[in-house]
Design a protein around this ligand. Structure first.
Ligand code: C5P
Length: 219
C-alpha cells in the first residue's frame, strides 16, 4: 500500500452509514471515526452537566477525548441524537471538534492503511480531498424502522412513532442549518440502501472503492 487511503461518508440519520463505515474499515484496515458520536458526547455533557456546560468546559473535554469514550452505549439514545443535532448547529462547537476530526483523518495510527470518517460535513468540510466520497441514504420510513429495531434490541423503551418523529426532526435540523448542513457533494457516490440488505449495500460500496483504489494505484 503506497498512499494512505481517506474515505469520507455523509448521510442523514439512521441511513446505515455507521454500519457501512465499520465494514469498510474492517475490510480495508482503516481507522474509523463515527463523528456523530462526538456531537452525541457533547449533547450528553449538556444533559449531564447543565451548570458546567460552557465552551471552556467542552474545550478541556474535547482536548482530552479518547476514542474509547465514544463507544458508550448511552450515546445511542434517540434523545441524545436529537440534542446532538441541536448542539451541532453552533459554530463554536463545530470549530471545537474540527481539529480532532481532521487530525484523525489525516494522521491515523501507523498500523492502519488510512482512515474512514462518517458524519454530515465530512465530504466537503473535514476531508475535502478524500479518495472516495459516499453519500449513503434511505427512505425516511426505512431509516426509522431500522433505528426502531436497533433501539428495541438494546431494550430501549420507545415507540416507532417517536423514533420516526425524532429522525424527521433531525433531518430538518441537519439539512437546513446554516453552518455545515448535510448535502451530497457532486463528487460523492450516491448509495441508496432503501431496498438493499446490509450485505448488498456493502458489496455495492466495495465495488466502487476497489475500482477507485485500482485506478489510484492503491490496490
Ligand atoms: O450520526 P449521528 O446520528 O450519530 O449524529 C448525531 C447528530 O450529530 C446529527 O444529527 C448531526 O446533527 C450531528 N452531526 C453533525 N456533523 C457530523 C456528524 C454528526 O452535525 N459530522
Amino acid at each position: 500500500m503506497t498512499n494512505r487511503i481517506k474515505i469520507a461518508i455523509d448521510s442523514p440519520a439512521a441511513a446505515g452509514a455507521g454500519t457501512m463505515a465499520k465494514l469498510i474499515s474492517k475490510n480495508y484496515n482503516l481507522a474509523q471515526l463515527d463523528t456523530g458520536k462526538i456531537y452525541r458526547l457533547i449533547a450528553y455533557y449538556k444533559i449531564k452537566y447543565p451548570n458546567k456546560f460552557n465552551l471552556k468546559f467542552l474545550k478541556k473535554k474535547i482536548y482530552n477525548l479518547k476514542i474509547s469514550q465514544l463507544s458508550n452505549k448511552t450515546l445511542l439514545n434517540d434523545e441524545i441524537g436529537l440534542q446532538a443535532s441541536i448542539v451541532a448547529k453552533k459554530k463554536s462547537i463545530r470549530k471545537l471538534v474540527h481539529t480532532f476530526q481532521v487530525n484523525f483523518a489525516y494522521n491515523p495510527p501507523k498500523k492502519f492503511n488510512g482512515s474512514c470518517l462518517d458524519g454530515r460535513d465530512i465530504t466537503y468540510n473535514i476531508v475535502p480531498d478524500a479518495d472516495i466520497k459516499l453519500f449513503i441514504t434511505a427512505s425516511l420510513k426505512v431509516r426509522a424502522t431500522r433505528r426502531y429495531k436497533e433501539l428495541k434490541a438494546l431494550k430501549k423503551d420507545v415507540s416507532f412513532k417517536e423514533v420516526l418523529k425524532s429522525i424527521k426532526k433531525r433531518d430538518e435540523n441537519d439539512y437546513n442549518r446554516k453552518i455545515s448542513p448535510l448535502v451530497k457533494t457532486r463528487d460523492s457516490f450516491l448509495i441508496n440502501t432503501t431496498n438493499l440488505t446490509k450485505r448488498a449495500s456493502f458489496l455495492k460500496i466495495k465495488k466502487i472503492i476497489d475500482r477507485k483504489l485500482i485506478k489510484n494505484g492503491n490496490l
